[in-house]
Ligand binder design. Structure first.
Ligand code: GRG
Length: 282
């Protein structure tokens, strides 16, 4: 797959000293993730008439940030999980110290990749770096994780849950889509459409993730199923039930589709991904 080959080029090899940290970074990055964020980034670039090779560094940068967040989320201090992407979690193989550092190094790697890529007439390096920093910072990804941790075992409302989903999940998905558009030097109107698409697909993605947590087995998911119920986490299925959750995910996907109208048929790859994300079973 082109994304895996590009990630292999952007990262120091696993034999690079200190080998332990590079092995740990490679272990999680190449553990078999679905690569949805890179796929969305490349599809957004295509919708705006861009080239895959221009979007690829940004697609890889987002995947590095995503993988860092999974490694840290699995740590005993957070979700304490033993399996991810069908394999033992990073800290189970390399120990907690190295897992923390592998996450830190992947986050840093993302900014190195972005800093090395080109700029575009409408988007400077500063714009690109800012996009990644905002999505992964303490107002978005980390804010979502904080609210998620603090909400465990508590009764929270649907609007509080939406706050978590917007930050924990939608922010980085939306960032992937926006960066794809930026790599194609997209117009402001196109960027707004991609933002609406990414936001809605991101929310639908998390609802589906919560549905799968209660309907699929650990083997099917490649991670421990039923964790949300065990941790008394607030999820859409727990608050409003499975059927209503599915209906909301479908409505959000329809909104995502509506946002793509301005591309007049050039956003077929984004449409296919949104459909897949709604129908996925892992
Ligand atoms: C630790 C800063 C920090 C953040 C953690 C990513 C995250 C926030 C928590 C992980 C748990 C979770 C439910 C996150 C929401 C996003 C999500 C559903 C991630 C899983 O994404 P997939 O299904 O995973 O695309 P793969 O392995 O296929 O890449």
């Amino acid at each position: 797959m082109a994304v895996n080959a590009a990630l292999g080029r952007f990262l120091p090899s696993s034999a690079t000293k200190p080998a332990t940290i590079h092995k740990a970074m490679h272990y999680s990055l190449f553990a078999g993730g679905k690569r949805m964020r890179p796929a969305l980034c490349l599809a957004a670039a295509a919708a705006c008439g861009g080239k895959e090779q221009e979007a690829m560094p940004l697609a890889c940068a987002v995947e590095c940030i995503h993988t860092y967040s999974l490694i840290h989320d699995d740590l005993p201090a957070m979700d304490n999980d033993d399996y991810r992407r069908g394999k033992l979690t990073n800290h189970k193989v390399f120990g907690e110290g190295i897992a923390v550092l592998a996450g830190d190094a992947l986050l840093t790697q993302a900014f190195e990749i972005a800093a090395k890529c080109r700029s575009w007439p409408r988007y400077s390096h500063q714009d690109i770096i800012l996009e990644l920093a905002k999505a992964s910072g303490s107002l978005q990804l980390i804010a979502g994780q904080v609210a998620d941790l603090e909400g465990e075992g508590k009764k929270i409302s649907v609007s509080q849950l939406k706050y978590i989903h917007e930050r924990k999940t939608s922010a980085l998905l939306c960032c992937a889509v926006r960066l794809g558009g930026m790599s194609a030097n997209c117009t402001a109107v196109q960027l707004k459409a991609l933002t609406d698409f990414g936001y809605n697909v991101g929310l639908a993605f998390q609802i589906i993730d919560d549905i799968l947590d209660v309907t699929q087995t650990s083997e099917q998911l490649g991670k421990t199923a039923g964790k949300d119920t065990a941790a008394q986490k607030a999820t859409y299925p727990a608050i409003i039930g499975l059927e209503k959750s599915r209906r909301i995910a479908t409505q959000l996907t329809e909104r995502a589709f509506a946002a793509l109208k301005i591309f007049g048929g050039k956003a077929v790859a984004l449409e296919a991904l949104a459909t897949y994300l709604l129908q996925r079973d892992k």
